[in-house]
Design a protein around this ligand. Structure first.
Ligand SMILES: Cc1cc2nc3c(=O)[nH]c(=O)nc-3n(C[C@H](O)[C@H](O)[C@H](O)COP(=O)(O)O)c2cc1C
Length: 189
C-alpha cells in the first residue's frame, strides 16, 4: 500500500511555478523591504490569497503546532497576526513567546520563512484590529479575548525555485550593522 501511495505521489507534479526575475546584486539591506517587494509581486501576479501564511508555535510541552493564518500587517515591527487569547495558539505564545511563519506563493515558486520572538500588541491596537473585522466576526469573540501579536524576525529566508533544481536561498540574519544576507543555491527537493 505504501509503495502504491509513493508511486502515486511521485506522479503528482510539484514545484510547477515560475519564479520572477530577481537581481541578486540589488537586494535590499532590510529583509522587510524584500518581503514587501515579494508580496507586491505576488499581488500583481494575482497569486491567490498571498497574505495567507502558516504560523508555527510550541507551548510549554515543546510540541510543535501549526495552522493557517492571515497576515495582518508587516513592516518595521515585524509580521502581525491576530486571534483569540483563549485559542491554542494564544496559550502557546503566552507560555513560549516565539513563532515561525511560512508563506508560499505557488505560481511564483517562492516561499518566505520567518523565525523570531512574539510580542503582544497593546490593548488599543488589538481593539483596533477587532473593530476592523465584520460585525458578524466581532460578535463571535468574547469581550477582551481578541489579540494582535507581532513576530519580530530574527531570521528570514527567501526561497525561490529554479527549473534546474538549483534553488535559491537568501537568508537574512541580524548583525552589528542591522542585517546581513547570505545567498546560496542548493538542491533542496
Ligand atoms: C486561510 C486561512 C486563514 C485563517 N486565518 C486565521 C486568522 O487570521 N486568525 C485565526 O484566529 N484563525 C485563522 N484561521 C483558522 C486557523 O487556521 C485555526 O484553525 C484557528 O485559529 C485555531 O487555531 P489554534 O487552535 O491553533 O489556536 C485561518 C484558517 C485558514 C484556512
Amino acid at each position: 500500500m505504501t509503495d502504491d501511495v509513493r508511486r502515486h505521489l511521485a506522479q503528482i507534479p510539484a514545484l510547477t511555478g515560475t519564479a520572477p526575475s530577481l537581481d541578486l546584486d540589488g537586494l535590499p539591506d532590510d529583509p522587510m523591504a524584500l518581503f514587501l517587494t515579494w508580496l507586491d509581486q505576488a499581488v500583481d501576479a494575482e497569486v491567490a490569497e498571498p497574505r495567507t501564511m502558516t504560523l508555527a508555535t510550541a507551548g510549554a510541552d515543546g510540541l510543535p503546532d501549526a495552522r493557517m493564518l492571515i497576515l495582518k500587517d508587516a513592516g518595521e515591527r515585524g509580521f502581525a497576526f491576530a486571534s483569540t487569547a483563549s485559542s491554542r495558539k494564544g496559550a502557546q505564545v503566552s507560555e513560549n513567546p516565539a513563532a515561525a511563519l511560512n508563506f508560499w506563493w505557488q505560481p511564483q515558486a517562492r516561499a518566505v520563512r520567518v523565525q523570531g520572538p512574539v510580542v503582544e500588541a497593546d490593548a488599543a491596537e488589538s481593539a483596533a484590529d477587532l473593530a476592523a473585522r465584520s460585525p458578524e466576526a466581532q460578535s463571535l469573540v468574547a469581550e477582551g479575548d481578541w489579540r494582535l501579536w507581532w513576530v519580530r524576525p530574527e531570521r528570514i529566508e527567501f526561497w525561490q525555485g529554479s527549473p534546474d533544481r538549483k534553488h535559491l536561498r537568501i537568508v537574512y540574519t541580524p548583525d552589528d550593522a542591522g542585517w546581513r544576507h547570505d545567498i546560496g543555491r542548493a538542491d533542496g527537493s
